[in-house]
Design a protein around this ligand. Structure first.
Ligand SMILES: *Cc1c(COP(=O)(O)O)cnc(C)c1O
Length: 505
């Protein structure tokens, strides 16, 4: 009754249909979020487990009544907070297949076809990046390398893990150049190396430096210009100051999480090549521009990185989780090779049987590549790129609407599809602390009142509201509505606090 092949096909189809109907009803209801305050959600979500189970209809009824209304709906056109997209239906279909087949990517005999599909898709992605494999990034050949010099990669759980892989391989190579195998010997007593990234880089760089035993203090932040992009002069200055031989890696960001800023990749490549420094490009967001027809040039130079982070559960509109780590010279995977007799014995390699655990930090691993493959197959690169471009266009129009509103301040012109701004009522002098509090309240009010999901973040000492436009269905008219609601919520809050003030006097 419980396992796939114990159900009759009729039961199976009925349950799947019931589930789809519940989801469809939720989508039709079309709410941003009905859950109210954190306390209200907490009160509404108790988990009770009993000795005897219940039938699926009762459970689905609870999902419909208690879970779904307390979700934020990424499908809603007013859901613009984070890098958190609505998902393509084809991605959801792929998830069904992933769950039903439950292939595991660690060894070929657990995922025969899936292994080759992932490998082929990685190859396709490397070509999409136009990975340049024509030169050696660093001179070392101490390790007897088994792979041909060509690009490679692996699917990951997302940007954080891909960044971890980039830094891990850079770390290993840094010490290898000094004749040290840190995978074996550990870091005790070793010389410190520095990781350089911009002051807008993702926090996972520091988190991963800590995980790698390097310590957060090994991360040095390079200054950025007013658009949030890394300043080349400061990068060069820091490299000179630290000493080329002490720099373990440079991490360039193609699409910073808040501003969508893109570091000047072509020039960073030049600096890193001259100095023989590992360049990792965190393109968790900006990687989507690989498919763009009109904005692709923003990430020119990406093909010359040593390693790249891509995230498909962001601007590629696929369900969580789905990411990739790409490596210009797959021989660099060698330093993290471990053998286990039950998964990837050396004999398999002699027979050319691919067991992808060799390239991954995970052991048991989902077949997330299927989602990207099916989505690319359905849309084709043209329509996929057009969906991505639509979001960038909408962001530019949103910025114009904000500029035209006298009670709003635009922080910057959009680069990818985020827009930072804040409510600042004209003819009123408020301290920056008051403005910060006011804007934070606006974001909360919009969400709790089921109007819109807008994020807040800090930029240039200013607490801002943030649109991250990752929904191709969001129209300029939607943006207009949200902007009006921001202003209404702002004035409402102001009157409440003025009222309180008057009461007190
Ligand atoms: C989102 C993001 C990450 C982290 O990716 P996850 O998939 O959330 O782990 C890393 N870098 C950048 C620039 C990001 O925007």
């Amino acid at each position: 009754m419980y396992l796939l092949n114990q159900q009759t096909s009729e039961q199976y189809l009925t349950h799947m249909q019931q589930t789809s109907a519940v989801i469809q009803q939720w989508l039709d209801d079309n709410n941003v979020y009905l859950g109210g305050t954190p306390q209200q959600v907490q009160d509404a979500t108790s988990v009770s487990i009993n000795a005897k189970g219940r039938d699926i209809e009762a459970i689905l009824a609870d999902i419909q009544g208690k879970f779904l209304p307390n979700c934020v709906s990424t499908a809603h056109r007013h859901c613009l907070a984070h890098l958190h997209p609505p998902t393509l239906v084809v991605g959801q279909i792929a998830e069904m297949i992933i769950a039903a087949t439950n292939q595991s990517m660690d060894s070929w005999n657990q995922s025969p076809a899936a292994t080759y599909i992932e490998k082929n898709l990685i190859e396709w992605l490397c070509q999409l990046c136009q990975f340049d494999t024509s030169f050696e990034s660093q001179t070392n050949a101490q390790i007897n390398r088994q792979y041909k010099r060509q690009a490679g990669g692996v699917f990951t759980s997302g940007g954080t893990q891909s960044n971890l892989m980039g830094l891990l391989l850079a770390r290993n190579k840094f010490y290898e150049a000094q004749g040290v195998d840190v995978q074996k010997e550990g870091l005790m007593g070793q010389r410190r190396g520095t990781i350089l990234c911009s002051d807008q880089a993702h926090f996972s760089i520091e988190k991963n430096a800590a995980l790698l035993g390097l310590g957060v203090q090994c991360v040095e932040k390079v200054a950025t210009d007013s658009s949030g992009a890394m300043l080349l002069s400061d990068l060069q200055h820091k490299i000179n100051e630290i000493g080329v031989d002490n720099v373990m890696a440079v991490v360039a960001t193609a699409g910073t999480t808040d501003l969508g800023a893109i570091d000047p990749l072509t020039n960073i490549v030049k600096i890193c090549r001259n100095a023989k420094i590992w360049l990792h490009v965190d393109a968790a967001w900006g990687g989507a521009l690989l498919l763009s027809q009109r904005y692709r040039q923003l990430i020119d130079g990406i093909h010359e990185a040593d390693s790249i982070t891509l995230d498909f559960h962001k601007h590629f509109f696929l369900p969580i989780s789905c990411g990739a780590f790409l490596l210009r010279d797959q021989r660099d995977f060698e330093s993290i090779r471990h053998h286990s007799e039950y998964l990837n014995p050396s004999d398999d390699e002699k027979d050319n049987i691919p067991n992808l655990v060799t390239y991954s930090l995970q052991t048991t691993r989902r077949f997330d590549a299927l989602k990207l493959w099916m989505a690319l197959d359905l849309l084709g690169t043209d329509d996929y790129g057009a969906l991505i471009d639509t979001c960038l266009d909408t962001a530019r129009q949103a910025a114009r609407l904000i500029e035209a509103n006298a009670d709003l301040v635009l922080m910057h012109q959009p680069i990818i599809s985020s827009v930072l701004f804040y409510f600042k009522p004209q003819n009123q002098s408020l301290t920056s602390q008051q403005l910060s509090q006011l804007n934070r309240q606006i974001a909360q009010d919009l969400l709790i009142n089921n109007i819109a999901n807008v994020a807040t973040t800090q930029f240039e000492q200013q607490l801002c509201l943030k649109f991250t436009i990752l929904n191709p269905n969001t129209q300029v008219s939607d943006i207009n509505t949200i902007i009006e609601q921001v202003v209404i919520a702002g004035f409402k809050r102001l009157h409440i606090s003025e009222g309180k003030h008057n009461d007190a006097t």
